[in-house]
Design a protein around this ligand. Structure first.
Ligand code: ADP
Ligand code: GN1
Ligand code: MG
Length: 360
């Protein structure tokens, strides 16, 4: 197993009982470095998630950790007393010096959570009922955070879902073309330019600011092994002020597509209507606070966020693949193509989606 030497040393700096037994890379996130570590006390084994925060992406790690601490404590209070309460919210394990994180010699930030056992994540939805469960968990997450006490959370990545600014960033890198890749992405660049008008649709509607997750892809919710229920929402680094529809839109993007995010056979990339219907019902079962203006835009939220991700993958491809982990050459361009294909599919089904939303 090829682990950076820092992993074992840094794990030892947290308040974990027993002796370090093993560690392995874990999950398929695109941003942080995540390890599952096992500690042993006699014959007992305890597992944890140890994560190095990507501080190229999160340039203010202290703000991220402060948000994380406030959000996890608030959620824990909400679940207190319910069966299995400890499995429903992430908990930060303190470092030996009492902080919520530890820094290594390179200056990187690390944090530890108890591993939530008897759960799994999937990268591609396996059934409509799974989409219902995941969407309900994200809807409940928004609802439970609606009364998070002041102050306003830090914006850990400013303008994270400001789609027009994402578009402007893409235009800038098209012009600079630092890796001479624009020629190889000509159809995708043209597609982006042609559909620019979708960027401002959510922002123009003057929707209420809420505490939102902002990264509601399917593998950011842990599903119960036995029941399939959504047990715990994870990946809380982007929890900050946002629009409810950013979360709903990213669910549509990541759950209704039956293929991997970077699928190269575009014929397979389509929004599955039955999955959309289940996720809509699951989300609305929990998110009972939406205003009429928010409900009206449910049919376009998925279009905006899917287009936005297409812009982001394309910009990263043109920038030399510095943001998203992209193990395969050209993977960000493949991801962009799949997002744009999915965007078209969602758009094509807008009338049917609108009828469904109106009927619920
Ligand atoms: P990234 O920001 O890189 O996406 P995540 O915080 O989403 O990192 O973590 C990566 C993966 O690790 C998640 O998709 C999930 O499968 C798993 N994971 C994260 N936290 C826990 C936890 N406390 N218990 C069990 N699995 C977890
Ligand atoms: C990243 O961290 P992860 O893999 O859950 C990204 C999201 C994208 C997603 C696309 C902080 O999410 O915004 O939607 O990849 N997170 C950040 O797969 O940029
Ligand atoms: Mg993640």
């Amino acid at each position: 197993m090829n682990l950076p030497p820092a992993v074992r040393a840094i794990a030892g700096e947290f308040q974990i009982a027993g002796d370090f037994a093993s560690a392995e890379p874990f999950g398929s996130g695109h941003i942080n470095d995540t390890y599952r570590v096992t500690f042993a006390s006699g014959s007992a084994r305890c597992r944890y998630i140890l994560q190095r925060l990507n501080h190229a992406v999160f340039q203010n790690p202290l703000a991220v950790m402060e948000n994380l601490q406030r959000v996890t404590v608030h959620l824990a209070q909400k679940f207190a007393g319910s069966p299995d309460a400890a499995r429903h919210a992430l908990t930060l394990v303190l470092a030996r010096d009492g902080k919520y994180f530890q820094r290594d010699a390179a200056g990187d930030f690390w944090r530890v959570f108890p591993f939530i056992e008897r759960t799994r994540t999937v990268d591609v939805v396996e059934s409509p009922s799974q989409a219902f469960a995941a969407a309900q968990a994200f809807g409940q997450f928004q609802k439970l955070l609606a009364d998070l006490p002041a102050p306003r959370l830090h914006e850990t990545i400013p303008d994270f879902h400001h789609t027009p600014k994402r578009f402007a960033a893409l235009e800038k890198v098209i012009t600079a073309d630092p890796f001479n890749r624009a020629a190889s992405a000509k159809p995708e660049i043209e597609f982006a330019l042609r559909h620019r008008a979708i960027c401002g649709v959510l922002l123009a509607a003057n929707l209420p600011e809420r505490v939102t997750h902002n990264d509601t892809k399917i593998n950011n919710v842990l599903l119960d092994d036995a029941t399939g229920a959504g047990v715990c929402v994870v990946d809380l680094d982007t929890v900050m002020p946002g629009l409810a529809l950013y979360d709903f839109g990213d669910m549509v993007r990541s759950m209704t597509n039956p293929t991997a995010e970077g699928e190269r056979d575009l014929a397979k990339v389509e929004m599955e209507f039955s999955v959309f219907e289940s996720l809509l019902r699951g989300y609305l079962a929990a998110a009972d606070f939406l205003t009429p203006a928010e409900k009206n835009l449910l049919p376009v939220a998925g279009q905006v966020i899917t287009f936005e991700l297409g812009l982001r993958f394309l910009a990263d491809f043109l920038s030399g693949d510095t943001y998203f982990k992209a193990p395969r050459a050209g993977e960000n361009l493949d991801r962009c193509r799949a997002q744009f294909k999915l965007f078209e599919s969602i758009r094509r089904q807008e009338a049917a989606v609108s009828r469904l939303v109106a009927a619920i």
